[in-house]
Design a protein around this ligand. Structure first.
Ligand SMILES: Nc1ncnc2c1ncn2[C@@H]1O[C@H](COP(=O)(O)OP(=O)(O)OP(=O)(O)O)[C@@H](O)[C@H]1O
Ligand SMILES: [Mg+2]
Length: 296
């Protein structure tokens, strides 16, 4: 299989992008996948969450400007088969520098080319920043598909419609094959009616694009990053660890071609408008076949 690039993205802050990026990456690596996680957020939460130091000049900044070969920026992590390009606060300044370049939306895609051509990794994952800026847009132009982490909370669908319409715009403007890899429901407290209602509502619109694995809200998941550890290192038997292991399994299962079409199961979802009220039903927007039983 050739390298597939996947962005963990949602313009909404604090929805579990980084937690999902770090722990999905680690659980995929445990399943013998060669993974490169690129921290594209100047907050560098994925970098510290994996226990890596924020060192000056260590981020992808120089590669985006064409001043360094991206391969020289890759660092090993404490998880076997998981490598990382860390972030640092300087990455924030990068938006201004890139904006002056020709083809400024394609800097990341161009920078990654040697890595993708080298075909050493099964997956390159981006942990995206929570705002629709130049780095975020570069991620969407450089990626094959998007995993959207989404918090099971009131008005969640409204935020989702924003990212979906941005994805549609990028598809129209130069990355026509950009797909939705899947939607991950995070911080689920299924003892409350609200969380269950949100999951039901999102399922109604997006059907099988939603991973059947729901990520529970657990203290362990929020504690692990302060020790620079993944959840499988910090609390391997916890509910959070089990959930992310299950998510990795479901994610990999979705990579297999579906028998009906022979294509991978990540789908292009068309969104008629940014207003969630105007979203069509799952049947009308054509979603993938179901991939796995609930695993959690
Ligand atoms: N399943 C969970 N249970 C409990 N806490 C969680 C869970 N997932 C994430 N958190 C916590 O919620 C906060 C936000 O999570 P995270 O940093 O992953 O979100 P994010 O979308 O990357 O945020 P940002 O938009 O700032 O980059 C963090 O403190 C994290 O530890
Ligand atoms: Mg984050």
């Amino acid at each position: 299989m050739s390298t597939k690039v996947i962005a963990l993205a949602n313009q909404k802050g604090g929805v579990g992008k980084t937690t999902t990026a770090v722990n999905l990456a680690a659980c995929l690596a445990k399943r013998r996948q060669n993974i490169l996680l690129i921290d594209l957020d100047p907050q560098a939460n994925a970098t510290s969450g994996l226990g890596l130091a924020k060192e000056e000049g260590g981020s992808i900044y120089s590669a985006l400007l064409g001043e360094a070969d991206v391969r020289t920026l890759v660092k090993p992590t404490s998880v076997k088969k998981l490598h990382m390009i860390p972030s640092e606060l300087d990455l924030a300044g990068c938006e201004v520098a890139i904006a002056r370049m020709d083809n400024y939306l394609h800097c990341l895609k161009n920078a990654l080319r040697p890595l993708v051509e080298q075909d050493e990794y099964d997956f390159i994952l981006f942990d995206c920043p929570p705002s629709i800026g130049i780095l975020f847009m570069n991620a969407l132009y450089a990626t094959d598909s998007v995993v959207i982490p989404m918090q099971a909370e009131y008005l969640a669908l409204e935020g989702l419609s924003v990212i979906l319409s941005v994805i549609n715009q990028v598809r129209d403007a130069g990355n026509p094959n950009l797909k939705i890899e899947g939607i991950v429901m995070t911080m689920c407290d299924l003892r409350t009616n609200l969380a269950q209602q949100v999951v039901d509502e999102v399922e109604k619109y997006f059907g099988d694009s939603i991973y059947k694995t729901l990520i529970p809200r657990t203290v362990r998941l929020s504690e692990a990053p302060s020790y620079g550890q993944t959840i499988t290192q910090y609390a391997p038997l916890s509910k959070g660890a089990t959930a992310y292991k299950n998510l990795a399994r479901e994610f990999l299962k979705r990579q297999k071609p579906t028998p009906a079409t022979g294509t991978e199961s990540a789908q292009i979802i068309s969104v008629p408008g940014a207003n969630p009220d105007s979203l069509e039903s799952a049947a009308e927007i054509g979603l993938a076949e179901s991939s796995e039983d609930t695993t959690f």
